[in-house]
Design a protein around this ligand. Structure first.
Ligand code: NAP
Length: 233
């Protein structure tokens, strides 16, 4: 059976990715904090024979080394928690220890830019600047570290894809999100994706080599902007 690893498996995005991965027949290795293992009790009871958990912080290099061994793909939730290089430590460990040919898929938000050609509204820039300063001052979140993590990924020679999520909402799946290279592209104007479909995009990317070396910005396939774009095509 094909084996993949999900780093950050107990979070909202992680649990959706786990569901999609199980649906596709993968055996899943998962990394999550020790205190979060209990969040997976229900799924472990049903599918425990196809899930192997590696409790630990996602930037613990020894944990990541064991978890990604023999995995053909690694899905990583980049979460910049605390002031401890959490995202960049996680990304570097995944890149250092994953199998040489493994597909590496990382999650982040629209604020990350691969080529500097993304254009952001003044409101977006202001909110990001305020949130970055405030959360860092509170020592809760280090948004700059997610930027650093992605820059490390972009420079690596691994088979990476960085999936840039729009604003997220809960709800049933609407199908595979649309994507584009830059956040200002009209197809993305609605700026809304179901979290379950963000996860779907990440899991589908494992099999999509056209996404290697790309940072797709995604948006729900049923949103107004995606539908308008489809009608024009
Ligand atoms: N939320 C949005 O609107 C939004 C928009 C665009 C992109 N994104 C991207 O989506 C991804 C995850 O989003 P999400 O909303 O689904 O997040 P989430 O699943 O709620 O949390 C992400 C991860 O952070 C971990 N975590 C939470 N608190 C922590 C702490 N204090 N220390 C260490 N780890 C902690 C969680 O693990 P535990 O289970 O152990 O708590 C989980 O694995 C991120 O890459 C983010 O950049 C989010």
């Amino acid at each position: 059976m094909k084996r993949i690893c999900i780093v950050g498996i107990s979070g909202k995005l992680g649990q959706y990715m786990l569901k999609h991965a199980l649906d596709r027949g993968y055996h899943v290795n998962g990394v999550c904090r020790e205190k979060s293992v209990g969040k997976l009790d229900a799924v472990m009871a049903e599918h425990g024979d196809r899930i192997t958990l590696f409790p630990g912080k996602t930037n613990d290099r020894a944990v990541i080394e064991r978890a990604v061994k023999d995995c053909e793909g690694v899905l990583t939730v980049l979460a910049p928690w605390g002031v401890q290089q959490y995202s960049s430590g996680t990304a570097q460990a995944v890149m250092d220890f994953a199998e040489p040919d493994a597909r590496l898929i990382f999650s982040c938000g629209w604020h990350i830019t691969l080529d500097g050609k993304d254009q952001y509204s003044r409101t977006f820039r202001t909110l990001l600047a305020v949130a970055s300063k405030l959360t860092r001052w509170l020592r809760l979140v280090e948004i700059d570290d997610q930027v650093l993590a992605c820059n490390l990924i972009f420079k690596s020679d691994t088979k990476w894809t960085v999936v840039r999520g729009s604003d997220l909402e809960e709800g049933d799946s609407e199908g595979l999100p649309v994507w584009s290279e830059h956040v200002q592209d009209p197809v993305l104007a609605s700026n809304k994706t179901r979290r379950i479909d963000f996860a779907l995009f990440m899991v589908e990317a494992l099999q999509n080599d056209a996404l290697i070396g790309k940072a797709p910005a995604i948006c729900g396939v049923r949103t107004e902007s995606a539908q308008a774009h489809a009608a024009m095509a």
